[in-house]
Each structure stands twice: as structure tokens, then as C-alpha cells.
Design a protein around this ligand. Structure first.
Ligand SMILES: Cc1cc2nc3c(=O)[nH]c(=O)nc-3n(C[C@H](O)[C@H](O)[C@H](O)COP(=O)(O)OP(=O)(O)OC[C@H]3O[C@@H](n4cnc5c(N)ncnc54)[C@H](O)[C@@H]3O)c2cc1C
Length: 362
């Protein structure tokens, strides 16, 4: 595997150590890659059928939608280094026409965000980034997908080590044994639930309970009828906006991103408060309400040919942990995720990296 991720210069090379990383979002990928680079025998597991977690994209006959992470911003040089080394050529700048801030009626309240840091998007879709980061692990047989970890327990043959119970897509159960450490890289409520169910690390469980992560209903709209060569866009002339409408927090024209295809497509993210209030609503109701709000904000009243929904149960950190990770060297258990530090993809990367470095220290 190429040396692509930064490691601590004083890290030992624990060649014989075996570590399980549960969760192949950006935090788990950063963590697993850093460990693998240091010579650890890593097993990365995810319950989904592809890696990436919330850095996700959905293919449709009208083109792709980035229904999770919309773009990344880079503030930590280690993230920049990892992006340059592990995913060359994948990220493209996205001007987004300078993101607008809209008032509840959809009028532009602020023409551009005060900070003009570059917005980067992966091409041809956001999920290209985690796919590229996962490829060396998958190639080395270190990535297990469709593996939902449902229990962590002491290894039946070697009680100093851990074993995991993992459920397949067909609900078949398998046991993976012989791990010196288990690192959970998933949203705090899911990590807390898994630890509590496994009757482990009550102090971690207590800390995780203080983290608050809001849900997000996300609407994906396509208007193929709007593609008129030579004519301006349907609706607003901006490509992305933060909205103060009570139902909608963010809108972006997917077709304005590089290498996305020209069919007019919008991704609409409901606000954290509205998503929470309507978490249990059926999709028809949510679709109708968000479509109405979309028309109010953009002035686009045309019927979309495609109106798909995704409900993220854990989307945006409202109250973070306030430190990069949790690690108990005594028992070999750790937890990471964006929610440790904030709500951005870069926070997930930093958290996963820091947990890997801590685990390498022992
Ligand atoms: C709608 C939306 C829009 C966003 N927009 C942006 C943006 O524009 N810019 C930005 O920087 N960030 C954005 N984010 C946040 C960004 O997506 C996250 O910060 C980042 O992807 C989190 O990575 P993670 O690895 O911490 O968690 P996740 O990506 O959630 O990964 C956790 C993984 O753990 C797996 N898992 C959970 N439980 C188990 C289990 N028991 N067994 C096995 N696997 C398990 C899950 O399947 C998942 O793949 C957005 C998020 C959402 C939802």
C-alpha cells in the first residue's frame, strides 16, 4: 500500500497487531489506512454494501446526486496532504457561484458567504473519494462490506483479545476473532448503543450520550424538461444557497458541479429542526412539504420528473464531544467520527487519523 497518510514519527511498527475498524466512512477509512500503512493487520467492516458512509452519491437515470456530503473544505494540512496523496485528480473546485444566504421567502439576503474558502467536490460524484480511499484496503482483502457488527466480546480462545459478531445482509451471523483492538468509527449514538449492548466501556457510553446529532431529510429533484440549449437555467441563477426557510437549510444545483451531466438537478436539505420534527413522517408527506418549500424558495414550480428522498438519521453534529477521539489503551477500545470535533468531513478525517495514531502509540 503506498505511503499516503501522515503518521506519528515516533510510532512503533506493531507488525503483528490485529485491529478491527468498524465503519468505513471517512473516519474509518482514514483510521484503517493509517494503521495499515504502519504495518498493522487491519480489518475494516461496514454494514453497507459500499464504503463512504455519509460521503455518498446516488445514481439515477437523470444523473448523480450527492445526497450526503455536498463538498469538502480543507483547513488542516494533514487533510490536504491525504487528499493530494491518496486521491490525486479526484477533487475539483466548485465555484457554487458564491453560496448565497436566502431569507425565508427565498430572497437573497447575503450575496456571498463571508468566508470564501474553496469548495471542493469529487468527480464524477462525491462517493468517488471514499471509493478511492477504500480501494487499496479492498484490494488487500481488508474490507468487509455488508457486515453489521452487532456485538463485541472477549475472544473465546484468547481472552486478552476481542472478537466481533457481524451480521450479513442475509442476516447470517459470523464471528471474527483475534483482534488486539477494536475501533468504532460511526455516529456516537450507534457506537454508544453497540458498546452498551456489549456491556463494555460504560465511561465511553456516558460521554457519547452527551453528543447531539440531528437528522436530515434530503430531497433529490430532476427537471430534464428544463434542458434547453442556449437558454438560462430554470429558476434562480445561483447554484447553491443556505436558506433560512424553516423547512430548508441548503439547496444546490447538482448539475453545476464538474463532470455531473447537464440535466437540471437539485439537492435540497431540510433544516435540522424540521427534520427532527418530521423524522417519523411517511415519505409522501415529507416529499410534498419539501417540494412546496423548494418552490417557495426557488420560484421553480415545474413538476420534477424525479423526486427521491433520503432520510439520514444521524446527519449533522449539533453538540460535539470536544476532543478528537476516545481511546482506552488498557483494554484496546476506541471511538472516532466527525461528531468528536464537529460536523464536517474534515472532522471525520482528523478524528479517524488521531485515533489511529493513539492506537499505534499503544
Ligand atoms: C445530508 C448531509 C450533508 C452533508 N454535507 C456536508 C458538506 O457539504 N461538507 C462536509 O464537510 N460535510 C458534510 N456532511 C458531513 C459529512 O458527511 C460527515 O462529516 C462525514 O461523512 C462523517 O464521516 P464518519 O466516518 O464520521 O461517519 P459516517 O460517514 O456516518 O460513517 C459511519 C459508517 O459506519 C457504518 N456503521 C454504523 N454502524 C455500524 C455497525 N454496527 N457495523 C458496521 N458498520 C456500521 C455506517 O454504515 C457508515 O458507513 C454532510 C452530511 C450529511 C448527512
Amino acid at each position: 500500500m503506498p505511503a499516503t497518510f501522515p503518521t506519528s514519527p515516533s510510532s512503533p511498527t506493531p507488525a503483528a497487531r490485529r485491529i478491527a475498524v468498524v465503519g468505513a466512512g471517512l473516519a474509518g477509512l482514514a483510521c484503517a489506512r493509517t494503521l495499515a500503512q504502519a504495518g498493522v493487520e487491519v480489518t475494516l467492516l461496514d454494514k453497507a454494501t459500499k464504503p463512504g458512509g455519509r460521503m455518498a452519491s446516488r445514481e439515477t437515470p437523470f444523473g448523480s446526486f450527492d445526497h450526503g456530503t455536498q463538498y469538502v473544505t480543507v483547513r488542516d494540512p494533514r487533510f490536504q496532504q491525504a487528499l493530494d496523496a491518496a486521491s490525486p485528480g479526484v477533487l475539483r473546485p466548485w465555484s457554487a457561484n458564491a453560496v448565497r444566504v436566502l431569507d425565508p421567502a427565498g430572497r437573497v439576503a447575503e450575496a456571498a458567504l463571508p468566508t470564501r474558502e474553496p469548495h471542493w467536490v469529487a468527480a464524477p460524484a462525491m462517493d468517488a473519494l471514499p471509493r478511492q480511499w477504500a480501494a487499496p484496503l479492498a484490494g488487500a482483502g481488508r474490507l468487509q462490506l455488508a457486515a453489521r457488527v452487532v456485538g463485541i466480546e472477549r475472544d473465546a480462545l484468547d481472552p486478552k483479545r476481542w472478537q466481533l459478531r457481524a451480521e450479513g445482509a442475509d442476516e447470517s451471523l459470523r464471528v471474527l476473532a483475534g483482534f488486539d483492538a477494536v475501533l468504532l468509527a460511526m455516529p456516537a449514538p450507534q457506537a454508544g448503543e453497540l458498546l452498551a449492548r456489549s456491556k463494555l466501556a460504560p465511561k465511553f457510553v456516558e460521554k457519547l450520550a452527551g453528543v447531539d446529532i440531528a437528522p436530515c431529510w434530503t430531497l433529490m429533484l430532476a427537471f430534464p424538461q428544463a434542458a434547453q440549449p442556449g437558454l438560462p437555467h430554470l429558476g434562480p441563477q445561483w447554484n447553491a444557497a443556505l436558506s433560512t426557510h424553516h423547512r430548508i437549510a441548503w439547496l444546490a444545483r447538482e448539475s453545476s458541479k464538474p463532470r455531473r451531466g447537464s440535466v437540471e438537478r437539485w439537492t435540497v436539505q431540510a433544516s435540522p429542526a424540521w427534520s427532527l420534527e418530521h423524522l417519523g413522517d411517511d415519505e409522501e408527506r415529507v416529499r410534498a412539504k419539501l417540494l412546496k418549500a423548494f418552490a417557495e424558495v426557488t420560484g421553480i414550480r415545474a413538476q420534477p420528473a424525479h423526486a427521491d428522498l433520503k432520510r439520514w438519521r444521524y446527519a449533522k453534529t449539533m453538540t460535539p464531544l470536544g476532543r478528537s477521539h476516545l481511546w482506552d489503551a488498557r483494554i484496546g477500545l476506541g471511538v472516532a467520527g466527525d461528531w468528536c470535533l464537529g460536523h464536517r468531513a474534515e472532522h471525520a478525517f482528523v478524528s479517524g487519523l488521531e485515533l489511529a495514531l493513539a492506537a499505534l502509540e499503544g
